[in-house]
Write a protein that binds this ligand. Structure first.
Ligand code: HEM
Length: 424
């Protein structure tokens, strides 16, 4: 059996993610009727859509059997895949960061920064992160009683944090924000490089290449600088690091900066904006966490589940195998539907409700296994600190208009969250 075409369309359609409900409904239908099945859509190679929490974990924990690098690590069209392979000497990915690597390289490259991202190291940063959070909250208070929480706070705060840890000076932050939005938002006319709907493969790849070129020009200069003048920042770790006893390859080093500079804030921004949206719509939950601030860590966890900003990653089977009674063949391509795993009725009670005290909350928003999000502790710390500073001052919040979401099937979330609030 294959997935009905209209359902499969919603799984890939960037507009279904902007709509929110449409993609939720498609995943709900799939979990109930075809939890592990094949999507056959014009323009795409067939791929399995994995919608159950248990199956996502089962695949993610078997990193030798399900690879990231053999085919594109994100969903792509046949035409785009062909063009990328032409450009990259037969390889299916334009970048080669951790998410486009398998062992043994993955382990070697991950080891380079793993310790840096551990809670022990991050504790040193917490005071500075708190200072940054307070700065944004003061700016929000200065706005009076209304703001667009997505644009005014949620997009800027994680950007500032990750740029500071990476070593990018504040003056370059607007450029980094623009380039990140261009990279993740190629399907969204409001943020992509062309500033309009772009359907064709040529034009889309041209935009992506130009954006990556700009990133690389920037980070090349940074590598040179950190080799001459090493600092305490993450850029210095990448610029001066060694893998197999050699400096990182050029593509690998550039990809490392780019993943940190992009995955490091858009995801956290989407989650933070989504949390405010949920609090504004659920006054009882707002009250609950305000009355008991010790609930903040569990509220942060719930907002990560609720928003699930990374909508998928792809895996490729390295051998014939079986998952949940279905026969998967070598070279089959699998779409891990994280938002679906995080609404799985078999795991989450009342999954469509935002509950600040949800426990347990074993969401899959950070993935699982060898590729589990490297920045998860940083993301949690940043969000906890923001809410610890903001909630005691925020007396009330409600929506001041209709929020909107970005149009993208890879990383997406709220684009605007207009709120009316009272603060002291
Ligand atoms: C990988 C989600 C924040 C850096 C991933 C993956 C997901 C994810 C789903 C793939 C996991 C897998 O394949 O199993 C998120 C979410 C975030 C977040 C939901 C925030 C709420 C961050 C931050 C950083 C970061 C703040 C860094 C500054 C990375 C890196 C990887 C990764 C480097 C690749 C890891 C690997 O393949 O070994 N993230 N992320 N992420 N994330 Fe995050």
């Amino acid at each position: 059996m294959t997935i009905p075409e209209h359902i499969a369309r919603d799984v890939v359609d960037p507009k279904a993610y902007a709509d929110g409900k449409r993609v939720d409904e498609a995943f709900r239908w799939l979990r109930a009727n075809a939890p592990l099945d094949v999507a056959e859509l014009e323009g795409f190679d067939p791929f399995w859509v994995v919608t159950r929490h248990a199956d996502i974990l089962n695949i993610e924990r078997q990193n030798d059997l399900f690879h990231n690098e053999d085919r594109s690590a994100t969903l792509t069209t046949i035409e785009s895949d062909k063009r990328v392979r032409e450009m990259m000497g037969g390889k299916p990915n334009i970048l080669r960061s951790l998410v486009q690597m398998d062992n043994p390289d993955h382990m070697q490259y991950r080891r380079l920064t793993q310790a840096w991202f551990m809670p022990q190291n991050l504790r040193k940063l917490e005071d500075r992160v708190r200072e940054i959070a307070r700065g944004f909250i003061d700016q929000m208070a200065e706005k009076g009683t209304e703001c667009d929480f997505a644009r005014d706070v949620a997009f800027l705060y994680p950007l500032h944090v990750v740029m500071e840890v990476l070593g990018v000076p504040p003056i370059d932050e607007p450029r980094m924000l623009k380039l990140t939005q261009e990279l993740f938002g190629t399907q969204d006319p409001d943020v992509n490089r062309a500033g309009k709907e772009v359907g064709g493969t040529e034009d889309t790849l041209k935009m992506i290449n130009e954006t990556i070129f700009d990133f690389m020009t920037y980070f090349n200069a940074m590598t040179e600088d950190r080799r001459q003048n090493p600092r305490e920042d993450l850029a210095s770790v990448i610029a001066n690091g060694a893998v197999y006893g050699q400096p990182l390859g050029h593509l690998e080093a550039m990809s490392y900066y780019i993943i940190a500079a992009t995955a490091g804030h858009d995801t956290t921004s989407n989650t933070t904006a989504g949390a405010m949206w949920a609090l504004a719509e659920n006054p009882d939950q707002f009250r609950k966490v305000k009355d008991d601030l010790s609930l903040i860590p569990s509220m942060v966890e719930e907002s990560i589940r609720w928003e699930t900003p990374v909508k998928h990653f792809m895996r490729t089977a390295t051998d014939d195998t079986e998952i949940a009674g279905r026969k998967i063949a070598r070279n089959d391509w699998l779409f891990l539907a994280y938002p679906s795993g995080n609404r799985d009725e078999a795991v989450f009670e009342d999954p469509y409700s935002f509950k600040v005290d949800r426990s347990p909350n074993k969401h899959v928003a950070f993935g699982y296994g060898a590729h589990v999000c490297l920045g998860q502790h940083l993301a949690r710390m940043e969000m906890r600190v923001l809410w610890e500073e903001l909630l005691p001052r925020l007396k009330s919040v409600e929506l001041a208009g209709k929020p909107s979401r970005t149009q993208a099937n890879f990383v997406s979330g709220p684009k605007t969250v207009p709120i009316r609030f009272k603060m002291n």
